[in-house]
Design a protein around this ligand. Structure first.
Ligand code: FAD
Length: 306
């Protein structure tokens, strides 16, 4: 189905970043469509924490309220669909979707988030989002002072260990293979009373999503009430790469301080263009980049009148 109207912005991805961008653009009288496949990374979890006025809300309720609020601004529309191709250039892009819709828009905003690569630890998928998490700022409070297993290794482990120690000092590190640590780093963990195991993980034993113990290949069992692990992430959509957006060595879309990618007229915000993966940070950045886009659109229209 061809949507004949030329949009100001096609927002691809309707998580906190895309939705807050839509709110700002709607309030600025801009024609925007939020095209959203509805597969957010936090779908595995029950509660969003740390978002002022919404602490503990479910991800689906968060989106429902957001859409209700944006509904007050008639220039914003929603499409429950997946964007599959983008052609054209700044001023006139053409977005095609899986369900055969076509949108023409002056600007593109990628708010496609990140997604997890398949989890390679047996039993981890069963507990992910229920008692296994990736970010202590999101879920550390719920697991405070509990015995935890941390699945991390190398330099990142040595950043993570002091951080998680603020929530609990009862944690064990399982590196699930070679620990990639120096002797000095092992000594540092020992001095802080942190047990370290490098045997591969055979299985995570759980009941109804709540972890009971981590079982290692060498027969060791580590009882625990929760897990934090290092996620293995990739951008939520291939489209940014397909149209030539530069991707950083850390896997996110490269943007400048205003959210502009290397492609004129294409912007990005939220998890896909940041290493700070939190809902409020994504929403904030979505709002900011929407204001940047609005400024560009208004300035371009103003100059055409000169
Ligand atoms: C287990 C877990 C728990 C978390 N807990 C918290 C928490 O308590 N507090 C917190 O602040 N943060 C939490 N987070 C992080 C938070 O969910 C993210 O930071 C936030 O959702 C990022 O928002 P976003 O809008 O950038 O992306 P997302 O919310 O991931 O939304 C991206 C959207 O884009 C869509 N999309 C992708 N490609 C396309 C396409 N081609 N066409 C159309 N749509 C597309 C996806 O389907 C998705 O709906 C958690 C994350 C996880 C994994």
């Amino acid at each position: 189905m061809e949507n004949k109207e030329l949009l100001d912005v096609a927002i691809i991805g309707g998580g906190p970043a895309g939705l807050n961008a839509a709110l700002v653009l709607g309030r600025a009288k801009k024609k925007a469509a939020v095209i959203d496949a509805g597969r957010p990374r936090n779908a595995v979890t029950r509660e969003v924490h740390g978002f002022l006025t919404r602490d503990g809300i479910s991800p689906s309720e968060f989106r429902r309220i957001a859409k209700e609020e944006i509904g007050a601004y008639p220039s914003v529309s929603f499409a429950a669909d997946t964007a599959v191709s983008i052609a054209g250039a700044d001023g006139r892009f053409r977005v095609e979707t899986e369900q055969g819709q076509t949108f023409a828009s002056k600007k593109i905003l990628f708010t496609v988030g990140m997604k997890d690569r398949p989890l390679d630890v047996p039993g981890l998928a069963e507990v992910y989002g229920k008692s296994a998490f990736v970010c202590p700022y999101c879920d550390g409070w719920e697991l405070r002072d509990q015995p935890l297993v941390i699945i991390h290794k190398g330099t990142e482990l040595m950043h993570f260990a002091p951080v998680i120690s603020g929530w609990t000092n009862r944690f064990t590190v399982c590196t699930n293979g070679p620990d990639e640590l120096t002797d000095a780093e092992r000594e540092e963990l020992l001095l802080n009373g942190v047990p370290l195991y490098d045997s591969p993980i055979r299985h995570i034993d759980s009941s109804e999503g709540i972890v009971r113990q981590v079982i290692l290949e060498d027969g060791t069992t580590v009882p625990c009430r929760g897990i934090f692990f290092k996620p293995n992430l990739v951008i939520g959509s291939d489209l940014p790469q397909t149209i030539g957006c530069e991707i950083s060595e850390f896997g996110e879309i490269v943007v400048d301080e205003f959210g502009k990618t290397n492609i004129p007229g294409v912007y990005s915000a939220g998890d896909a263009a940041s290493r700070m993966h939190q809902a409020i940070a994504a929403a904030s950045r979505g709002a900011f980049v929407a204001a940047v886009i609005n400024g560009a659109l208004n300035t371009e229209a103003w100059r055409r009148n000169e």
